[in-house]
Write a protein that binds this ligand. Structure first.
Ligand SMILES: O=C(O)CCC(=O)C(=O)O
Ligand SMILES: [Fe+2]
Length: 173
């Protein structure tokens, strides 16, 4: 049984909006079900190695000071969506770079479920097709997920700064 099959068996819960104590389930904003990827699962070693190599590369080339990475698998059932949002609030300085990738083979034009990036130059529509990887600045890129006509699986991850201060260890999970 693959890691994904295991997860699909039941370890999903309704996605919430916000972090920590501010977390709330808001079905008007997002409808998907999510599963935080287990940092220690042996099956996910290639994913950890790849995202770690990307983290080091981004720091080397762009001096971003990225410290950690967290990611979650999301399942959008037909009709599910995620309204326009930012992944981080300015000044919060936790999530710096967002990464999204897709697990849907044979995604067709009429299947919907596009990720829409609302850039200064206009909207960019990204079909959630297998092997597509999207990276953007978490605080600066408004984006949304349009409703899909079929089940849609994505992995969203965030490269974060080290927000540890005094007794408070970051990330909090
Ligand atoms: O699945 C996607 O295309 C993007 C998901 C997203 O924006 C998020 O989880 O913050
Ligand atoms: Fe997002």
């Amino acid at each position: 049984m693959t890691y994904l099959e295991q997860v699909d068996g039941g370890e999903f819960h309704a996605a919430t909006v916000g972090r920590g104590d501010d977390q709330q389930r808001n079905r008007f904003v997002r409808r998907d079900a999510i599963h935080w990827l287990d940092e220690h699962a042996p099956a996910l070693a290639p994913w950890r190695e790849w995202t770690e190599a990307l983290r080091v590369h981004l720091n080397r080339r762009l001096f971003l000071g990225l410290f950690s990475f967290e990611s979650q698998l999301a399942h959008y059932r037909p009709g599910d969506f995620y309204r326009t949002h930012l992944d981080a609030f300015r000044g919060e300085a936790s999530r710096v770079v967002s990464l999204v990738t897709y697990l849907n083979p044979d995604w067709q034009a009429g299947d919907g479920g596009e990720l829409v990036l609302h850039t200064d130059l206009g909207a960019i529509h990204v079909p959630p097709a297998y092997r597509t990887v999207v990276l953007f600045l978490s605080e600066e890129m408004p984006h949304e997920v349009l409703p899909a006509a079929r089940d849609r699986f994505s992995v969203a991850g965030w490269f974060r700064l080290n927000g540890s201060m005094g007794e408070r260890v970051d990330p909090p999970r």
